[in-house]
Design a protein around this ligand. Structure first.
Ligand SMILES: NC(=O)c1ccc[n+]([C@@H]2O[C@H](COP(=O)([O-])OP(=O)(O)OC[C@H]3O[C@@H](n4cnc5c(N)ncnc54)[C@H](OP(=O)(O)O)[C@@H]3O)[C@@H](O)[C@H]2O)c1
Length: 308
């Protein structure tokens, strides 16, 4: 019997326990899934950073911590977490992110807000075609790549930027500091899907925002610290950046007195771009436990040195 501790918020148990049990059975695993195992009997921990567990020291037998979250910035620094840590790459979450990003790119591209504001007049708003609207994706991981490919399918010229060099059909792939400048130079819409690490903090700052063409739009479903808030507000005030759609913030919920709430050219969404989906993520968790039991390499193992 494999003992699996479910250490997410207790109210998530209802949504996750049945899909997890079904996925374990499908994978041929005999699992005792509970919210309250004795720590030194636990083999795996299904984990969410906003759950009840922060000290991993008593979990002496635990083979891996399997996060339900894609971003691991809240746990990577936890010194009691010495076992392998796997983050979540969930096909359901990825599909949700592709839909959210595509929707917000099309809102900008088609100038949907202006069309709605002008609906009492017969004055057509004709957008350019997607092929005339350069889009830049900062981050070409599980999510950035899926979104970039969808935007390319719609006809947008897509430039992508990552830490290491990449080759992706249809996407102009850049990396490193010079790559970032290049990626921003012609970007009419910029999307951030980078992890929150010391190296990515303030990727968009006064200097890099100034590289964008005037009137660029920014969509951030990545993490708040990727953008220097004050620099973005200055760029929005001057009109250099026309609009920003922000799903993630340095402090969440976004404090009531933050200027983003009232700024006419900012759309705030409450960290809803993409949720982990219980059924699809349960299959990923089960596959990782199966791998752990037969000694195969983990899926989505976090590189602690890089921080993601
Ligand atoms: N708002 C939401 O609802 C929501 C939901 C899920 C996830 N997220 C956020 O989305 C982020 C991305 O998720 P993912 O699954 O796509 O992550 P991922 O697969 O780890 O991809 C991260 C990408 O960022 C690049 N990167 C990392 N550090 C960099 C640096 N210093 N310079 C340039 N590029 C860098 C990586 O480059 P390499 O390819 O070279 O490694 C990779 O392409 C998560 O970390 C999380 O913060 C948000």
């Amino acid at each position: 019997m494999i003992n699996v501790l479910f250490a997410a918020r207790p109210e998530r148990w209802e949504a996750y326990s049945t899909p997890l049990k079904a996925a374990f059975a499908d994978a041929g695993l005999e699992v005792d899934l509970r919210q309250d195992h004795t720590p030194d009997t636990v083999d795996y921990i299904v984990y969410a950073p906003n759950g009840p567990l922060s000290d991993f020291t008593p979990y002496t037998r635990c083979k891996a911590v399997l996060s339900l979250w894609a971003g691991v910035e809240k746990i990577i620094g936890n010194e009691s977490l010495t076992m392998p840590l796997c983050r979540m790459v969930d096909p359901g979450l990825t599909a949700g992110m592709v839909e959210w990003v595509t929707g917000h790119v099309l809102r900008y591209h088609l100038d949907i807000d202006r069309s709605i504001a002008m609906q009492d007049r017969w004055e057509p708003v004709i957008p350019p075609l997607a092929m005339e609207r350069p889009v830049t994706m900062l981050g070409l991981g599980a999510l950035g790549q899926a979104c970039a490919k969808q935007l390319f399918q719609l006809g947008f010229p897509v430039t992508g930027w990552s830490r290491s060099p990449k080759s992706i059909d249809g996407i102009a792939c850049l990396h490193g500091d010079t790559g970032l400048a290049q990626a921003l130079k012609h970007a009419e819409i910029v999307i951030l899907l980078l992890p929150d690490t010391p190296a990515t903090e303030n990727t968009l700052n006064a200097e890099t925002l100034a590289l964008l063409p005037r009137g660029a739009r920014i969509i951030n479903p990545g993490r708040g610290p990727l953008i220097d808030d004050e620099a973005l507000l200055s760029a929005l005030d001057s009109g250099h950046v026309a609009h920003a759609t922000l799903d993630v913030f340095r402090v969440e919920p976004l404090p009531a007195d933050h200027r983003f709430w009232a700024h006419p050219n900012v759309t705030v969404t409450p960290h809803i771009a993409a949720e982990t989906r219980a059924v699809t993520s349960a299959q990923v968790i089960a596959e990782n436990i199966r791998r752990g039991e037969v000694g195969e390499p983990w899926l989505n193992l976090v590189d602690r040195k890089q921080g993601y």
